[in-house]
Design a protein around this ligand. Structure first.
Ligand SMILES: Cc1cc2nc3c(=O)[nH]c(=O)nc-3n(C[C@H](O)[C@H](O)[C@H](O)COP(=O)(O)O)c2cc1C
Length: 351
């Protein structure tokens, strides 16, 4: 099978990053990124939240914010796709430029600011698809909303019936005040209200919380407590970082926004391991941040992730990267004599 991205990918990367992204969505939407990934190795399958994931490698939110191409991305071999973040009303996001490639650092900085089509349009797109494959919905709040929880309640009502799981995103660095919702009291209230809205649905999907890598130790303990108190079915660890680790060399390294990609791998994996420890391995964790290889994926699993997500590495390597990661991960699991992915989750905490 012709790997179109191998030929068009370098050309796509000559475009400014946001134009490249829009072109990629266009090509995917029109079936111009053909893919026939090999069937998934059975060792990669995992059952979580009452759903069967054929493999743990998911597409992180931010790529398909508006649910234009979830099925095209599932067809590329992702085990699941998360659309969003979606806010109740459509909003334009921050002025451009707001997306920067840090090529030498294998990283990206973005300050998109939740540009998206809004719940109504996204819900209509999701309603129009055949429900095959696992699609999650990532919920945000509008920039000018004062009662944040009300926005997440709206998100639950609109996307809950159309998705396999929902994520409360309070960790994007580009919406003023958003990350403050990770503090104990606001978080407890937010989770309680969102959960209440969820329970009013005929078939409530699982509810996860996506957290930032830049939290204090107190924040992390508070989040683990709120999560274990029953309000959440899992945690997504982590979003982009506002930190700028030493060693970045690209000319865009001082741009404002959230940093993703290779430099995020180490801090987000450390945080993943800590959240696994703080939650006693009782809560499924989704490991995200800087995954670019099978070794990275395996390290996140061993640190405590039951599922994985990636975005930035795909900007540099194209979607064919997913097949490579899955094959390498299956080989690593077998090499260490794990009969299933679930057996390897958190293995570093036991050895
Ligand atoms: C351009 C861009 C837009 C993003 N938008 C969102 C978003 O809307 N909601 C969200 O939860 N995360 C968003 N993210 C964060 C990713 O989902 C992911 O958590 C982060 O990029 C780390 O993974 P990576 O290093 O594999 O990219 C975005 C990331 C990028 C690069």
């Amino acid at each position: 099978m012709l790997d179109l991205y191998r030929y068009s990918g370098p050309l796509v990367r000559l475009l400014p990053p946001e134009a490249a992204h829009d072109l990629a969505i266009f090509l995917l939407k029109h079936g111009l990124v053909p893919a026939q990934p090999p069937a998934d190795d059975s060792v990669l399958a995992i059952r979580l939240f009452g759903r069967d994931f054929p493999n743990p490698v998911g597409l992180a939110p931010g790529f398909d914010k508006n649910a234009q191409v979830p099925d095209a991305m599932l067809a590329q071999g992702f085990g699941f796709v998360e659309v969003g973040s979606v806010t109740p009303r459509p909003q334009p996001g921050n002025p451009q430029p707001r997306l920067f490639r840090l090529v030498e650092d294998r990283a990206v900085i973005n300050r998109m600011g939740f540009n998206n089509d809004g719940l109504e349009v996204v819900a209509a797109r999701l309603a129009a698809r055949r429900r095959i494959g696992i699609v999650g919905g990532n919920l945000g709040k509008n920039k000018d909303t004062l009662d944040a929880a009300a926005d997440y309640e709206k998100g639950v009502r609109a996307l809950g019936p159309l998705t396999d799981y929902l994520v409360i995103n309070v960790s994007s660095p580009n919406t003023p005040g958003l990350r403050a919702l990770q503090g104990r009291a606001p978080l407890a209230e937010l989770v309680a209200r969102t959960r209440q809205a969820l329970l009013e649905l005929p078939a409530p999907p699982p509810l996860l919380l996506k957290i930032a890598p830049d939290l204090t130790e107190e924040d992390r303990r508070d989040i683990a407590e709120v999560a274990l108190a029953g309000g959440l079915d899992g945690l997504v660890v982590t979003n982009t970082t506002i930190d700028r680790p030493g060693g970045l060399v690209s000319r865009h390294r001082a741009e404002a926004g959230g940093l993703s990609g290779a430099p995020l791998f180490e801090p987000s994996t450390r945080m993943l391991a800590e959240m696994y420890r703080l939650t006693g391995g009782k809560l499924p964790l989704v490991g995200v941040g800087g995954i670019a290889s099978a070794a990275d994926a395996y390290a996140k699993i061993r640190a405590g992730a039951s599922l994985l997500q990636l975005y930035t590495a795909m900007i540099y390597q194209g979607p064919a990267l997913v097949t490579g990661i899955k094959q390498g991960l299956a080989a690593l699991l077998r090499q260490d004599r794990f009969a299933s992915l679930a057996d390897a989750v958190g293995a570093d905490h036991r050895s």
